[in-house]
Design a protein around this ligand. Structure first.
Ligand SMILES: Cc1cc2nc3c(=O)[nH]c(=O)nc-3n(C[C@H](O)[C@H](O)[C@H](O)COP(=O)(O)OP(=O)(O)OC[C@H]3O[C@@H](n4cnc5c(N)ncnc54)[C@H](O)[C@@H]3O)c2cc1C
Length: 498
């Protein structure tokens, strides 16, 4: 087979890059090792319930915002039903010690009022924090879409200010600090390692608005697949790329596990950058680059319990998500000796139409808490696809504890919960090809190199959540930038904004 561009991986970054390149005349082949497309945003079903893995909510889907513009340009926007959080929508943040609840509104004005009303003595700090987040995003083209891309992209790696030090100087109250640190859960970086710059990029999206999509991540995947197929682009699933061919310093094609070869002059690789090295001849990159990419620290993992709830948890009225903080200490430490149910934990419900159109009862919720690779290390001795009875028993115990806690705190909203599946860092490692089960790729944090989309190998580009930014927005933007490196960045950016 022959193509102009082979895209490795059909997560949201690969889907976005494929749709953009195909729309602008490139012959694209999109290959995915999993048997279903979508990467982290695909769904899986249990007992008539469809559960999202990695798409519970997002920012940037309002009119004129980056994801909205991208989906429009890719021919996807009119195929999906975007559900904005209600006017006055918020995340529910709960202090386990006192039961006090703070509403994390998806609006700067409401959020400021709420925080000042609850922490009047911290008024100056609250204002400083919110102003800093806003100021850090005012020159970011993905938030101010009339700006050019290149000046921002070429200076992007500047992460110099520590979030912890900034909060130390600005905020005293522990609960308030937890509320402000909480967006760290949405990019998987412990607060001590987080930079003010990346924190701002993620938090600004949510402080400006939050959205679900009817039918969840799967409806986004299906819409992209339809749009891509309509351009004649080939999408192959169960198609793992096992090697990349290089001749005279430039890529020439890929070989799949089946032995099939695809000839091409450009490749976009959207998996974890560390895993790309094994596909390439060893002499392609310098030892220093390989060492940096191989040794990237990864974002935190998670525990996820996917459950049927007795009552319908309506995210379009009350809170969008229900968070509870740990009883003591930091909410996102670099390691934790606490059991997963004692860490930061959240309950989120399925997207509404997913319930009504696709499934029986529509009462599906997901419980998420942070996970660490250390949690699963005791089970790695017999590391095989068949999990040991010890691991199965341990997972059942964690499931039970997370469900008990959720029912205790939020049972009035959800009723009883019947767990249907549980994921641990091991599950994420195996199902999402995520080293150490990381849920947001390589960490975007202080002191860590961020892999560039461009590489020294002619025709070989990295994309996906480990490159520019994480989350659905970050990975989509990475898809845009990798396609832009091939098509011409500013021209593509201009055509998207038209
Ligand atoms: C539990 C969880 C909850 C999350 N919640 C949210 C949320 O609410 N909001 C939000 O914005 N983000 C959330 N995220 C993060 C978000 O899902 C990701 O940042 C984003 O989807 C990553 O997209 P991607 O394209 O970069 O990578 P991926 O989705 O990981 O796609 C990469 C694809 O490449 C494929 N691949 C890798 N190597 C090969 C190969 N050699 N050959 C062929 N195919 C290959 C993989 O199989 C995979 O499908 C969550 C993530 C998780 C795990």
């Amino acid at each position: 087979m022959k193509a102009d561009v082979v895209i490795i991986g059909s997560g949201i970054s690969g889907l976005t890059a494929a749709a953009l390149l195909a729309k602008h005349g490139k012959e694209v082949v999109l290959v995915e090792k999993n048997r279903n497309p979508g990467g982290s945003i695909r769904q899986f079903t249990r007992k008539n319930h469809a559960f999202d893995i990695g798409f519970h909510y997002t920012g940037c889907l309002g009119e004129g915002e980056i994801l909205n513009l991208l989906w429009q340009h890719c021919g996807v926007l009119d195929k999906v039903n975007i559900i904005p959080a209600s006017q006055g929508g918020y995340d529910h943040f709960e202090d386990p010690a006192t039961g006090k609840v703070i509403r994390g509104y998806f609006s700067y004005e409401h959020l400021e009022e709420e925080l000042i009303a609850n922490f009047p003595h911290e008024k100056n700090g609250i204002k400083t924090y919110l102003k800093t987040i806003r100021t850090n995003c005012q020159d970011v083209p993905f938030y101010k879409t009339d700006l050019p891309l290149l000046p921002f992209l070429r200076g992007y790696k500047d992460q110099v200010n520590s979030l912890s030090s900034f909060l130390d100087k600005t905020i005293e109250d522990r609960l308030l600090r937890s509320v402000l640190e909480a967006p760290g859960f949405l990019y998987g970086v412990p607060t001590r390692k987080a930079s003010v710059e990346v924190h701002s990029l993620v938090a600004h999206g949510y402080y400006s608005g939050a959205y679900k999509v009817a039918g969840g991540g799967q409806s986004v995947v299906n819409s992209f697949v339809d749009a891509i197929r309509a351009t004649g682009t080939s999408l192959s699933v169960n198609a793992e790329v096992t090697s990349i061919q290089v001749k005279n310093g430039a890529v020439t094609g890929v070989t799949l596990y089946s032995g099939e070869e695809i000839t091409c002059s450009q490749i976009i690789y959207t998996g974890h950058p560390g895993q790309s090295l094994a596909l390439l001849p060893p002499s392609v990159f310098r030892p220093a680059y390989k060492s940096r990419v191989r040794n990237l620290q990864n974002s935190l993992s998670m525990f996820a319990v996917f459950a049927e709830s007795e009552k319908f948890v309506d995210c379009t009225t009350g809170a969008l998500n229900y968070y509870i903080f740990p009883k003591t200490g930091e909410i996102l430490p670099p390691q934790s000796m606490l059991a997963p149910n004692q860490r930061i934990m959240l309950m989120t419900s399925g997207a509404p139409a997913s319930s009504k159109e696709l499934h029986g009862h529509g009462n599906d919720v997901t419980l998420l808490s942070t996970g660490y690779w250390k949690d699963v290390e005791p089970f790695l001795k017999n590391d095989s696809p068949r999990r040991s009875p010890e691991y199965t028993a341990w997972k059942a115990d964690i499931t039970d504890k997370m469900v008990t806690k959720a029912e205790e705190r939020w049972g009035a909203i959800s009723g009883t919960l019947t767990p249907l599946a549980t994921a641990t860092p091991l599950t994420f490692r195996d199902k999402l090809s995520a080293p150490s089960g990381c849920t947001y790729g390589a960490m975007h944090c202080l002191g860590q190199y961020t892999p560039d989309v461009r590489t020294r190998l002619s025709g070989f580009y990295l994309s996906g959540q480990s490159t520019l930014m994480t989350g659905v927005v970050g990975a989509s933007v990475a898809g845009l930038v990798s396609a832009g490196e091939i098509l011409g960045l500013e021209d593509l950016w201009r055509s998207i904004r038209l």
